[in-house]
Structures are given as C-alpha cells and as structure tokens.
Design a protein around this ligand. Sequence first.
Ligand code: ADE
Ligand code: ZN
Ligand code: ZN
Length: 286
Amino acid sequence: WGAEGHKAVGQIAQNILQPDVESQVAKLFQDKSFGGKLAPASLWADTIKKQKGSPFAFWSAPLHFIDTRDNPGKSCSVDEERDCPDGVCVVGAIANYTTQLDCENGFDRDTRDIALRFLTHFFGDITQPLHVCGRSKGGNDVPVTFDGRKTNLHAIWDTQIVRKRLQDFDNSLDKYIAFLTSEIQNGTYVSEKDEWVACDTPSRRRRRDTSTILKRAKATTRCPLSWATDTNEINCPFVWESIDENPNLDLGQGYYKAAIPFVDKQLAKGGYRLGTFLNSILTKKC
Ligand code: ADE
Ligand code: ZN
Ligand code: ZN
C-alpha cells in the first residue's frame, strides 16, 4: 500500500489497542519517535527502503511481498516451499519479527523497536493482493490507465484506488479510518472478524502435528501464511480478470467501483489483525 493505506492499517490497530498495550507501544518507539503511534511508524519501512545506499534499503526490499509462482487468472495459491523457500518474503518477515518482538525471547530494546516498526508495515502489505502475487512483478510491469492517467496495476492498488475512495469521505483519511473501525466494531465486519485472526491452514496443521516441538519454538509462519493465502485469493476472481479480458480499459470507473469492497475489507483486516496481535503479544509480562 501507499502512505494512506499503511496509515489506515496502523490507526485502525491503534484504535483497538488495550490501554496498557498502547503505552508499551509508545515506550518501544525510542526517543519518542512517531509520537509513540502506529500510523506514523507504519511508514518507516518504506522510508528506509527509499534511502539509496542504506544497508537497510538493500536487504529489506524483498521483505515487502511474496512472489507467488501461481497463475492468477487461472489458479491462485501460496506455497511456502515454492514461493519463499529461504524465508526472505513478507511471510517470513512477519514470522521473524514476531519472534523478535515477543519479550519471551529476550531480544534487546533496539531490536524490538525495529521489529515493531517492520510489523506495523508488513501487516499492511500482506493484505495488498499484488504484494502476494509474482506475476509481472506484482503488476508493476503491467501498464494500465486510471482516470485517464497512465500508470501500472500495482500502483493503482497501492495508491490510486485508496485515494479515490477518500473522495467518499470528504477526502479525509481520518473519516475513512473511523468508518472502517466502526465497520469492525459494530458494522458489516462484526460477524467475520474472528475469522480474520484465526490463521488456520489445515494442511499445515496436520503436518505440524507429526513434526517436532522443536519446530514450534522457531518463528512460525502459520499465521502470515494463512493471511497471504487469504489475500492471494482475490487475485484470481478479481484483480487480474478485467486486465486479461480487456487490457485497454480505463480502470477508474467500473473496476474501481468493484474494487472498493475488497480494498475496504483488506485494510480493515490488516488493522484488526495488527491490533489483535499486539494486544496478545505485548500484554505478556516478561
Ligand atoms: N517486486 C517484485 N515483486 C513484487 C511484488 N509482488 N510487490 C512489490 N514489489 C515487487
Ligand atoms: Zn506496493
Ligand atoms: Zn511495503
């Protein structure tokens, strides 16, 4: 996502944090960075990615996505062995930074601070369909037109669709975030939000039962993998469909309208998962 999407995920999470977790978060961001808040912190991973020559920029870039070797338009899937064998992808990153943030594992303050910055960002990226898609560099290499402007498929999902959506909220990101938060708390998403955080992947669960306790102690990809699979499912029926059928369509009208419910829900999922996750991991007394 672009800045608006990431801020939305961060602020939705912030809205549902328990008070003691909120103060833990503020304490983890050192020197009062980001005003102690998740929304501004969520932009940090993109800021460092863009700093040319910084060591962070070099190694962190591939952590923002998982390039699935499926065939969107025909069949969609995420396969950990196939798509992220070395753990260098958004699924592996969420697993590893979760391990580093958890106070049970004894990592120092600096490490936990950085882990929280990355997690706040990656919980967003893992809900963007084209960050869970290997085709044409996640759509970066697919030229499209949006409201008369030439851009690419990835960029309209990161930024243009979200920005256009803000027009429904007086161009106020705060109002959009308030709307999504209320949809989670007492609106459309009330009945399904539990599923968003359940992270069930039955095939892996079965595999895990026969594996060792030792494996369990290592960074587990169970949740991020199930979230990636959930996100990837949007690629087949929707994201790529019109592109394949009518490559010259302006995506600012019908495609945009049809994308709204997906974008709303994906941002809500990212925020709800991040808030729920922090409430569970940062209330531990270590
Ligand atoms: N670069 C290569 N694949 C990508 C993806 N799926 N998302 C963002 N950047 C990428
Ligand atoms: Zn992107
Ligand atoms: Zn990113």
